[in-house]
Design a protein around this ligand. Structure first.
Ligand code: ZN
Ligand code: ZN
Length: 321
């Protein structure tokens, strides 16, 4: 990997989940998922935050039977969480640059200015679209789900009723995310929808506020993942986790850095070089690594020079619309 192209690039080729490699190596598969969930992983932190939000910062199902100020309460809670996570990561990585350029993927400085951005400023652009559109669509869908559950329009469950399902649902949501996001993202790269997705792609290099910086139409498609709760038995905490997982995952996978370093050790792995490549080259790496849709459909760039040559070849041969 040439130095000029990336400031930091991981060693070797990007690996996908061993669940999809043959012959199946059960220990490796278990380790992949255990690494994703335990010990202090991002998934687990979001799960804890979802439970805290459910217990302390949510309406009751009784209140949610009619619309009222609780809807604004959900927006405020989600906005505060977004500002804390995206703002905190931005201060750490970019405003104060507490770890310098260590493990930063892109060699160019961030954020940038330019006419391509709203307010001619990448940071203001990203914050505006995240808070005004992102948090609003997220919260509106969460409020609609609360209202639907409260009024018996969606199947409801509790831990006491179905303990196994109640827990399993949390683990299935990230797997579902991998399927759903790949296909929505490919749809966004079609001629009809790219006009909306282009807003996210103003960012050829990214920071935490870029993750949820999307057009309202893209936010609707992205958070539209919650439609599965119309048919699957759900507790409000499942919906809170589902939407919060999508929102916060987008933020933490767009820091522009492979990991958070503190006192000479990598404390949190944030590496999404796979998606950073998507922001640089667009027509490659639409999904994530849990389900290798990109490998299956030939849109995979594994981060090596060979991967890049393959991508060039594929784009050259692609039929022009
Ligand atoms: Zn992105
Ligand atoms: Zn894209």
């Amino acid at each position: 990997m040439s130095r000029a192209e990336w400031n930091h690039a991981p060693e070797g080729a990007i690996a996908v989940s061993p669940l999809w490699q043959w012959p199946l190596r059960p220990v490796k598969v278990l380790k992949w998922y255990a690494d994703g969930w335990f010990p202090l992983s991002i998934n687990l932190s979001i799960l804890a935050l979802a439970f805290l939000s459910w217990v302390y910062l949510s309406p009751t199902l009784d209140t949610a039977q009619g619309f009222g100020p609780w809807v604004l309460g959900i927006w405020a809670r989600n906005a505060v969480i977004t500002v804390a996570v995206a703002g905190g990561l931005h201060l750490w990585f970019h405003a104060y640059a507490l770890q310098g350029t260590r493990m930063k993927y892109d060699p160019r400085p961030f954020p940038r200015r330019g006419r391509v951005f709203s307010f001619s400023d990448q940071l203001k652009d990203n914050m505006f679209w995240t808070l005004v559109s992102g948090v609003t669509v997220w919260s509106a869908l969460e409020a609609a789900a609360w209202w639907g559950l409260a009024n018996g329009l969606m199947p409801r469950t509790t831990f006491a009723q179905t303990p196994v399902w109640f827990i399993a649902f949390f683990f299935l949501i990230p797997v579902w995310e991998s399927f759903y996001f790949y296909w929505i993202h490919r749809l966004l790269h079609t001629r009809v929808f790219y006009r909306f997705h282009a807003l996210h792609h103003r960012n050829t290099d990214v920071g935490p506020w870029s993750g949820l910086s999307m057009h309202p139409v893209e936010h609707l498609l992205y958070f539209g993942t919650v439609v599965i709760h119309l048919i699957l038995p759900t507790s409000p905490v499942h919906v809170i986790f589902h939407l919060m997982f999508y929102a916060l995952l987008a933020i933490v996978t767009h820091t522009g850095f492979e990991g958070l370093w503190f006192r000479n050790a990598k404390r949190v792995h944030l590496g999404m070089f796979h998606h950073q490549i998507h922001h640089r080259y667009f027509e490659v790496n639409y999904g994530n690594l849990d389900v290798p849709w990109d490998k299956l459909f030939g849109s995979f760039h594994d981060g090596t020079d060979a991967g890049k040559a393959q991508m060039r070849e594929r784009l050259k041969n692609r039929k022009r619309p």
